[in-house]
Design a protein around this ligand. Sequence first.
Ligand SMILES: Nc1nc2c(ncn2[C@@H]2O[C@H](COP(=O)(O)OP(=O)(O)OP(=O)(O)O)[C@@H](O)[C@H]2O)c(=O)[nH]1
Ligand SMILES: [Mg+2]
Ligand SMILES: [Zn+2]
Length: 312
Amino acid sequence: MTEKRKKGLVIKSTGSRYKVSDEKGNITDCVIKGKFRIKGIRTTSPVAAGDIVFFEKQEETGTGIITEIKERKNYVIRKATRLSKESQIIAANIDQLIILATITEPETHPEFIDRVLVTAEAYRIPAKIIFNKTDIYSKEHIYKRDYLVSVYKKIGYDSCSISLLNDDHTGMLAEMVKNRVTLLTGNSGVGKSSLINKIEPSYNIKVEDISDYHRMGKHTTTFAEMYALSGGGYIIDTPGIKGFGIIDMIKEEIYHFFPEIFRASGKCRYYNCLHINEPGCEVKRQLEKGEIEQFRYRSYLKIFKDNNSKYR
Ligand SMILES: Nc1nc2c(ncn2[C@@H]2O[C@H](COP(=O)(O)OP(=O)(O)OP(=O)(O)O)[C@@H](O)[C@H]2O)c(=O)[nH]1
Ligand SMILES: [Mg+2]
Ligand SMILES: [Zn+2]
């Protein structure tokens, strides 16, 4: 005998088992029954943190069976491995994306930030960049941070700087994530778990010493986990996730997700200009004038070249 169908929120996926929180906040371990597919994408696991599901709790075992996934507002996906056709949905139904970055220990490469921003643009998720560990920045680090902040601000991305170790930004951070579903991303070691601990100390998430990162296996599978906030809303931590790969992006549309390149493209001579070698390219002109940053353009070229989708 099974209990009535219940609605719940998936707070953690481990590939084949799911932790689902019902409306009262009670958590049930669930499995999936049947096949779930999303428009032709092969995924290693069809259910992700942030999914709203219906499940039936088995009285005998206490385990729940997920029978239905509600349509997603959006989701963020990555390839399971660089070359594989399988992909992993990292999280679903996200209201905002926060990129936690550091100038040092570890150094966040602008290309990483750009890849995440492209993903955010493609899925229309508002994104912010937070620079952490300002307590250990040298003069040069501060200079570099200021440069990046000014570039991203000009494009339209909000950015701020914090030190989770020294200063108390808890109020500001708590306000930023209140009543929303926030996907927190950033390289391993930038302080994602530390940030969640700061806002919600009761979680006491394991924070690793930076030296331990080098010993970590490269292919460890990790899954996003959702943390309920006492002030309302959720933060999704993405431990060890190296970055997002947008798999359903059309090659000729990649530049649409670089807002400043997209803005310039309106003045290119050819309507189908890809801003690579075409004559009369406004993007190239602005690049030469320094109005478009070299590193942003390089990120565009890299993402363009890495994208294996066929030309239409
Ligand atoms: N100096 C300094 N260290 C910090 C700061 N914030 C976090 N750390 C340290 O950075 C290390 C990594 O922090 P974590 O919170 O585990 O990083 P993470 O982003 O969750 O890393 P993964 O879980 O591997 O993705 C820990 O040793 C923290 O104590 C900060 O503002 N300043
Ligand atoms: Mg962590
Ligand atoms: Zn062009």
